[in-house]
Design a protein around this ligand. Structure first.
Ligand code: 13P
Ligand code: SF4
Length: 341
């Protein structure tokens, strides 16, 4: 164990159950090694509310995840990030003013819409969603969230990831012609009144660079070079890519897919590299696991053993993540509707 690792473990031992360290699956291995719980964003959102003894929760992930942990934990618990500058560029592609303008456009043209907001969004966006009767989703439960809206006879306004939105609509049998893309930089999202009238789903034009890096050409190359390989990608990947794969799923679903694979199988995975490497390591000798393309989330990578240790040693107030109480109350509505699914 490195000296940094030893110091972190000594502090964890001293704090015992009063300290909870959560690590997203995309964190580097040296950080995951210190986590009490690892998981995808849905699992970690749930865990943050489950550890009643923890006085301090350290979230090793990106900013929106720590905000969710703050909103779902008890008010006496404090949530910290080792590196508060670790954001999610996709979450920042939807700001409150632009969402409110879009909502007004849709409301004036039908009023039968409900927002579905990917957890990869700011607390303010989640609050607007909660205020307007909508719910959050993760890539694990997006189909359930869409169905929740459809069952009420409503149409879906999804943000901020165009690709998860389009892929989820397709999974539910909704035709591409019924899915429209709202571009917040264009007047009325770049959509005509006719397009809005005929759409069943409107998706925000946001994306994740890490998953947008996967392409149809990469899939063709794998099919040529490794015809026996199974290919699975995260649904933040473009729909043209997802449709050529053997499977697609959230981080947790990719892990389950790999765990269930038969000995000797080759699996090519299109998601963040740290998770692919961890799976390859875990199944070494049993499975042949490869990355579709090495693609790293630069923001997830901002957390490391050094800033984790510094946080545990000094607990600076600036490292605490606290969502404004009014925003949190409304955002919690959309998170709780998701957790109740
Ligand atoms: P999960 O919901 O699968 O954890 O994904 C979060 C994320 O940021 C994917 O890029
Ligand atoms: Fe955001 Fe993409 Fe990084 Fe996930 S992988 S945190 S969506 S930038």
């Amino acid at each position: 164990m490195t000296e940094l690792a030893q110091q972190i473990e000594a502090i964890r031992a001293e704090w015992g159950k009063r300290l909870l360290i959560l690590g997203h699956h995309y964190q580097r291995a040296s950080v995951v090694a210190h986590a009490d719980e690892t998981g995808d964003s849905l699992e970690l959102a749930r865990k943050s509310g489950e550890y009643g003894d923890a006085e301090r929760i350290v979230f090793c992930g990106v900013h929106f995840m720590a905000e969710s942990a703050d909103m779902l934990s008890r008010s006496e618990q404090s949530v910290y990030m080792p590196e508060t500058g670790a954001g999610c560029p996709m979450a920042d592609m939807a700001d409150a003013g632009a969402m409110a303008a879009a909502w007004q456009v849709l409301d004036e043209r039908g009023g039968d819409w409900l927002p579905v907001v990917y957890v990869n969004s700011t607390a303010v966006i989640k609050a607007l969603c909660g205020q307007n009767g909508g719910l959050c989703c993760t890539s694990s439960n997006a189909a359930k969230a869409f169905q929740w809206v459809l069952d009420q006879g409503k149409r879906i306004f999804f943000l901020p990831d165009e690709h998860l939105g389009a892929n989820t609509a397709y999974d539910l049998g909704i035709a591409d012609s019924e899915v429209a893309i709202y571009d917040p930089r264009q007047p009325q999202g770049g959509l005509s009144d006719e397009t809005i009238a005929s759409a069943k789903v409107i998706v925000w034009k946001g994306f994740c660079l890490v998953h947008k890096a996967f392409s149809v050409e990469q899939i063709s190359q794998v099919r040529d070079r490794l015809p026996e390989a199974k290919i699975i990608v995260h649904p933040e990947s473009p729909k043209e890519v997802v449709r050529l794969c053997d499977a697609h799923g959230s981080t947790a679903q990719i892990i389950d897919y790999v765990n269930a694979a038969q000995e000797g199988e080759t699996i090519v995975i299109g998601t963040e590299l740290n998770l692919v490497q961890r799976l390859a390591e875990k199944h070494r000798g049993r499975l042949n696991i490869k990355a579709l393309k090495p693609s790293v989330c630069a923001n997830m990578a901002k957390t490391n053993e050094r800033n984790l240790l510094e946080l545990l040693q000094s607990w600076p107030a600036a490292a605490e993540i606290r969502v404004d109480a009014e925003v949190a109350a409304e955002a919690r509505l959309s998170l709780e509707r998701m957790l109740a699914l």
